[in-house]
Design a protein around this ligand. Structure first.
Ligand code: NIG
Ligand code: FE
Length: 459
């Protein structure tokens, strides 16, 4: 018998989302990898064993055992696309939209993203950290244990670096694990209106090199190098997240480092040539690639990003059939963001059903941001995707766990219940995982375990 720090046993369903080291594509997305009467053994922050309760208790013993009878145990959710570091709010814009103005009209009139830019430029690092930490608290309560966060509300070097500082501080102090993305190409700032090519040059010649320098001096970089997982103390329980005591393991997969570039290729944002310049410069520097493509208009950036080996292409509302074929044949993950469509009152959604049927690997994210998706909840996003994009609950689970982990370069270390991975687990207050997409608006998370430490017992 092997001694371990924690055993979770008797789960009505263990939703493993296991994938054997690959994102789940096409029909494979339908299988959430259920083990009935399942158990997980956890040692030193990692998963030591997964199987039927009888097998696991036959192989492992622990002084700390959680009985998950009549409950579901699943991987912690991964939110693979967010913009949660920002100043101010967009409540006035929400009212304008309720009255009938469109997102693009508001953007053209100088509102939207650039209005958040002014508020973010005014904010201190501390203010950005404390407002984003509250957002992360809510996401964690709803089951999210890993979050990608983008810059993109600075749009000048000083404020973009300030946002990166805030993102690094959040990773150091919050229980949620963070993956950083550099999005200086989010919008054209007002001072560069009419000089879009010059702003793109500034991004390529000054901001990308400075952001890479920042990254190389940050804990994200050194952590990727070290990846030392110290022995964990035994699990603790309590309602207060033990943020600073959480030993974060590296959020890497091969190749080791995860710092992403992103670009918003859209009318009134960056055209295809400008987006290409940003993608090419950044990938030559060492960044991995993501791109906001086809949210409102298809400018051709999806195909380009796939050809350049992008880790993900995101939004995909207007993606063509040819591009869906290209995506299906690639290693790129398609991230769809249906909370945006819901929030903007649209009846049209990205064709995620067709994408899965054609063999793509799809992830679901909230796109949590102050304008197009003020939504912290991956379960609500799953509920929307099931209804409007016709994903089955099992597909939605894979889309917020294993595929989302691959979409942030962390698929080898998290996103599924498999031996050797980080022990990021949720215990859900239901005996059938499908209920979490069916009964929307309720929080099913009863207990969270992050890196093997029981950090929250609640709801
Ligand atoms: O993903 N599309 C561009 N960026 C965000 C919106 C940001 C905002 O409105 O502040 C998005 O939808
Ligand atoms: Fe976005």
């Amino acid at each position: 018998m092997k001694n371990v720090g924690l055993i979770v046993k008797n789960a009505a369903q263990l939703v493993t989302c296991q994938s054997n080291g690959m994102p789940k594509k096409g029909r494979a997305m339908m299988d959430p990898g259920i083990i009935e009467d399942g158990a997980v053994a956890v040692s030193n922050g990692k998963i030591a064993g997964v199987g039927k309760t009888a097998e696991i208790v036959g192989e492992f013993r622990s002084e700390t055992v959680i009985n998950a009878k009549n409950q579901v145990v699943c991987p912690g959710f991964v939110d693979s696309h967010t913009h949660i570091v920002f100043g101010g709010d967009r409540l006035d814009e929400f009212e304008l939209r309720v009255k009938g103005a469109s997102y693009l009209e508001i953007m053209e009139a100088g509102g939207g993203i650039v209005s958040t830019v002014s508020r973010t430029r005014e904010a201190s690092v501390d203010q950005l950290v404390s407002s984003a930490a509250r957002r992360l608290d809510t996401m964690l309560e709803l089951g999210t244990t890993t979050v990608e966060i983008k810059t993109g509300y600075g749009l000048d070097l000083k404020t973009e670096l300030k946002m990166l500082e805030a993102i690094a501080e959040l990773d150091k102090t919050h229980e949620i694990e963070i993956i950083p993305t550099f999005l200086a190409a989010h919008a054209i700032p007002s001072e560069w209106k009419g000089n879009e090519d010059e702003y793109t040059d500034l991004i390529c010649h000054e901001m990308i090199p400075a952001a890479w320098d920042w990254y190389q001096n940050s804990h994200f970089y050194t952590r990727a190098d070290g990846d030392t997982t110290e022995d964990q103390p035994g699990p603790t329980t309590g309602s207060t997240p033990a943020a600073k005591s959480v030993n974060k393991t590296s959020n890497t997969q091969d190749p080791a480092r995860n710092f992403f570039i992103d670009v918003f290729c859209e009318q009134n944002a960056f055209n295809l040539n400008q987006a290409k310049q940003v993608i090419d410069t950044a990938s030559a520097t060492g960044f991995k690639v993501k791109a906001h493509v086809d949210e409102f208009t298809n400018l051709g950036c999806g195909s380009y990003a796939i050809q350049r080996g992008a880790t993900s292409i995101d939004h995909l509302d207007e993606t063509s059939d040819e591009e869906i074929e290209l995506l299906a044949g690639s290693n790129t993950i398609g991230i769809v963001t249906p909370a945006v469509n819901f929030n903007l009152g649209s009846k049209e959604f990205a064709p995620a059903r067709k994408m899965i049927d054609r063999g793509c690997a799809i992830a679901l994210s909230t796109d949590y941001n102050p304008g197009s998706a003020p939504c912290p909840s991956l379960p609500l996003t799953m509920a929307i995707a099931c209804r409007y994009q016709r994903l089955l609950p099992g597909e939605a689970f894979n889309a917020v766990t294993i595929n989302a982990a691959f979409a942030v370069g962390a698929g080898k270390s998290s996103g599924s219940l498999e031996a050797g991975k980080q022990a990021d687990l949720l215990i859900l207050d239901t005996d059938d995982y499908r209920q979490t997409a069916y009964e929307f608006g309720r929080n099913f998370v009863a207990t969270r375990i992050k890196n093997g430490i029981v950090t929250g017992v609640g709801s």
